[in-house]
Ligand binder design. Structure first.
Ligand code: ATP
Length: 238
């Protein structure tokens, strides 16, 4: 079980105005939820607040009913949360293989780690082909695949993905989102996917949530949201 419950969460940076304003959201076990919204709507801040990188000013974050709100990031990660930040987060000095093993280090040892890494190579054959290549020699698409694979290697219960399709060619985006959808369906992983790529995100999500000024202004089945031009126009800018 890995249900995320966000209750009236208010969070922001320093003494500034809150970026998240009493935001409430339920992400049930095994759901893939797309978090949409214009630039600056608060998508990144929401994912960072869930992992504890941005502190909550008020409200709560629960994982299967357990209050995580006061816990440091490493405790939340230990409880099964994994964040793939925007901009990839790959260690460029290390090889593909080293990055993957790093991802599984805290959750697997010995043969467990080897089989978790092998599982990722089966999911991402392109990474297998480049397993001895240094991170800095990878293309943008390969880096994003590596960032996702590195998060998956630890077998998280909840995956938080920030703009995985940013700057990638459409074919690579389709491949990446396809792996994400299949993995979620196969493993029951709970996913929160922040995206500017509305069409791509809604094609793999069960539900779409639209943020505006740090609050949820729409929360609908993905197919319904994709078919609503008025909503897209009002909040997503096209
Ligand atoms: P984008 O797609 O552009 O990343 P977003 O929906 O993810 O947009 P956030 O990055 O969460 O939005 O930003 C929400 C607001 O918080 C913006 O007004 C932004 O300027 C502000 N903000 C983000 N990061 C910081 C920071 N480190 N310090 C101060 N303000 C910040």
């Amino acid at each position: 079980m890995s249900t995320v419950t966000i209750e009236a969460l208010t969070a922001g940076y320093g003494d500034g105005a809150p970026v998240l304003d009493e935001l409430s959201l339920d992400v049930p076990d095994g759901a893939v939820v797309a978090v949409l919204g214009a630039n600056g709507a608060g998508k990144t801040t929401l994912l960072r607040a869930l992992t504890g990188l941005v502190p909550a000013r008020s409200g709560r974050v629960l994982l299967d009913g357990t209050d995580l709100t006061g816990l440091p990031t490493e405790d939340r990660v230990r409880r099964g949360l994994a964040l793939v930040p925007e901009g990839r987060g790959v260690v460029v000095e290390l090889t593909v293989d080293e990055n993957l093993r790093l991802g599984g280090l805290w959750r697997h040892r010995g043969a467990g780690l080897r089989s978790a890494v092998a599982e990722m190579y089966a999911l991402f054959p392109a990474l297998h082909r480049r397993r001895d290549a240094a991170g800095h020699t990878l293309s943008g698409g390969e880096r994003q695949m590596l960032a996702l694979a590195r998060a998956l290697v630890s077998h998280p219960d909840v995956l938080l993905l920030d703009e995985p399709s940013l700057g990638l060619a459409p074919l690579v985006v389709a491949q990446l989102l396809g792996v994400l959808r299949d993995t979620a369906a196969r493993t029951g992983l709970t996913v929160l996917l922040a995206e500017q790529n509305v069409t791509g995100a809604l094609s793999v999500a069960d539900r779409g949530v639209v943020l505006s000024l740090g609050a949820v202004v729409a929360d609908r089945p993905a197919r319904e949201l994709a078919a609503d031009p008025a909503l897209r126009h009002a909040y997503l800018g096209f």
